[in-house]
Design a protein around this ligand. Structure first.
Ligand code: CU
Length: 182
């Protein structure tokens, strides 16, 4: 092989390698961004990063969390929820009253203020999947349909995180215990 050919072959190999590296770098840079930017829109409402937690076998309740942002100049309201994994889906508010943790269903829908946001997050507002028909498994996604008074309906995917992910468990709050006494 002549020196010129060898140099040419080398140049091609280098270009390929850098091309692959660039491509790989792009994927590496994109994939966490894709996982984080897990976002859905309907009308003026954005549903940000819906997630849930894996549940132990036999658990009858699961949780759901996401952010809601209303980009319009009129308030909207989350009025209905449904999912194939549970016959009933409710919005609850966890709060401390007189030193005691309480969990109350939000009646009449959850308001999303005009030009504002509301977070469903551990320790505050959250979804309860009531009467789970099967355990939620870490790594799967679970469809959830949200209906807003003005923006209409949108189906999002809850990403199921580990059982102990980032928050006090619902079981610790006595929701499952309450279910068992019924
Ligand atoms: Cu709850």
């Amino acid at each position: 092989m002549s020196i010129v050919l060898r140099a040419l072959a080398h140049a091609v190999a280098v270009r390929r390698a850098t091309g692959f590296a660039a491509l790989f770098g792009l994927f590496a840079a994109l994939s966490p961004a894709l996982a984080i930017a897990h976002e859905f829109k309907v009308g003026a409402i954005e549903v940000e990063h819906p997630w849930s937690r894996a549940t132990p076998p036999g658990a009858k309740t699961g949780a759901g969390y996401f952010g809601l942002t209303n980009t319009s100049s009129t308030p909207d309201r989350l009025i209905a929820l449904s999912s194939p994994v549970a016959p009933r889906v409710e919005v609850h508010l966890m709060a401390v009253e007189g030193g005691i943790m309480t969990m109350k269903p939000v009646v009449g829908g959850l308001e999303v203020p005009a030009g504002g946001s509301v977070a469903l997050a551990p320790g505050g507002y959250h979804l309860m999947l009531m009467g789970l028909t099967r355990p939620l498994v870490q790594g799967e996604t679970v469809p959830l349909t949200l209906t807003f008074e003005k923006a209409g309906a949108v189906t999002v995917q809850l990403e199921v995180d580990s059982m102990g992910a980032k928050a006090p468990s619902h079981d610790a709050m006595g929701e499952n215990a309450a279910g068992q006494t019924r």
